[in-house]
Design a protein around this ligand. Structure first.
Ligand SMILES: [Ca+2]
Ligand SMILES: [Ca+2]
Length: 232
């Protein structure tokens, strides 16, 4: 049974420029806090869980339907490195896989990924060559996280076969597992004494590229060329 093609139009929002946060002491502290609230997450990795579903896959089996599974690869150096495999769903041309694959999304890197969809012909074999290749898609995580509903939906490619099917990849930020985290800092600043007042802000990441300030230190002047704040 078809499902109307499966793919909804995928829109890409412009992520906009990533600003880096830098605040110097003095001035209007509260407006500095406000300005710093929205700084982007350059240099930080975000754990994403990718989930997969396919639509209108080509039927590779004669007496039943295809038995699809998905394999995810990442380009490492110039080799495709296997990151994970979903379960196999038997006799289904529109499978929605339960197995999610966790990846590190580096905001500032444009890492190449690839998914390949196979029709399992032997559930015990881990050797991909013993299964029928249905199709593949190369992508970057940016395409997924900037898509509407953090989804990418595209046709699979197979040079030997027209219209092998489509795949939808959905990303979800991996939920923090801990309830409460207690972190202690003894902050000492090795900053150049600019004669001004200095403070620092601790941020917690709330979603991709978004940070929320959770603590603002007291404002200090340097003493003997060193800044020493109270324990946090
Ligand atoms: Ca089958
Ligand atoms: Ca099969």
């Amino acid at each position: 049974m078809g499902n109307g093609g499966g793919c909804l139009a995928t829109q890409h929002n412009d992520m906009g420029a990533v600003k880096s946060g830098g605040i110097s002491g003095g001035g209007d502290i509260d407006s500095a806090v406000l300005a710093a609230t929205n700084f982007g997450g350059g240099g930080l990795a975000q754990k994403l869980e990718l989930s997969f579903k396919c639509h209108d896959l080509v039927n590779m089996d004669t007496f039943s339907k295809s038995d699809p599974f998905v394999v995810l690869f990442k380009m490492s150096g110039n080799m495709w490195q296997k990151l994970g495999t979903t379960e196999t769903i038997h006799d289904n041309l529109n499978p929605e896989f339960v197995t999610k694959i966790t990846v590190d999304f580096h905001f500032e890197q444009n890492d190449k990924y690839k998914v390949q969809v196979f029709d399992s012909d032997d559930d015990k074999s881990k050797n991909l060559a013993s299964h029928d290749f249905i199709g593949e898609l190369e992508l970057t995580l940016h395409e997924v996280v900037t898509g509407r509903d953090q989804q990418l939906c595209k046709p699979l490619v197979n040079k030997d076969r027209k219209n092998p099917g489509k795949i939808t990849i959905t990303s979800e930020e991996k939920a923090a597992t801990s309830n409460t985290q207690i972190v202690m800092f003894n902050p000492v600043g090795q900053l150049k004494d600019n004669g001004g007042l200095n403070f620092f802000i601790i941020y917690r990441q709330i979603s991709l590229g978004k940070f929320t300030p959770i603590f603002k230190s007291e404002v200090k002047r340097a003493q003997n060329g060193q800044f020493l704040w109270n324990q946090v």
